[in-house]
Design a protein around this ligand. Sequence first.
Ligand code: F6R
Length: 235
Amino acid sequence: MQISRYDDYGSMSVKAAEFVANEIIAKPNLILGLPTGATPIGMYRKLIFMYERDKITFKEVKTFNLDEYYPIKRTSKHSYYKFMFDKFFKGIDIHGENINIPDGEAKNPVAEAASYEEKLANVGYADLMVLGVGANGHIGFNEPAEVMKANTHVELLSENTKEQNARFFNSADDVPEEAITMGMGSIMRSRKILLLVSGETKQEALAALNRGIITPKIPVTYLLLHRDVTVLTDI
Ligand code: F6R
């Protein structure tokens, strides 16, 4: 695991975008795993800028998002679907059929999770998986627990997660009850991982990586088992 520290969020985001761009240049039909959240927004902006300057094209890239609330309408201002289109996809030349996000409108979320995992398996999982991390070390909606689920699954959101995510909703009661998320195995099967750790609240998650101890109580520590992880941080 290689950890590189940057002075500020802007320079970390530029580095992240360059990292992703280089992977796309090396493999134009890259399978790219993507997160939502505040952390990757700067990287998405910079990637759009690079596309606008003809530095990269996403014409052959296939994306797989990490997670989505359930149930949620795509048009909801809180859906990760809408986030991805607003913050990234509408600014680049990716083909709609190459975008994969767990379907928050699916009738059967368990079947949707299984079919999402199958889609990932069919493409051989991500070539590059970009991740953010929660203050408690969560990855996707894989929260601290006694055990971790390997594959894409439906996660019942804890009261704690609902309270934390309430900042984006009117209240904790408005946060959907569940989410569909890649499991730690779906993530670990990626060929390469780029983890972005931004903001003082992530100190503990970063410290856990430096300690080098793997525990499901801090899900991000599973990444210590992966052979190709780059961490970019601004803290
Ligand atoms: C997003 C996701 C989450 C975030 C994490 C950090 O798809 O799965 O695990 O990466 O909650 O969020 P921010 O970047 O808002 O601090």
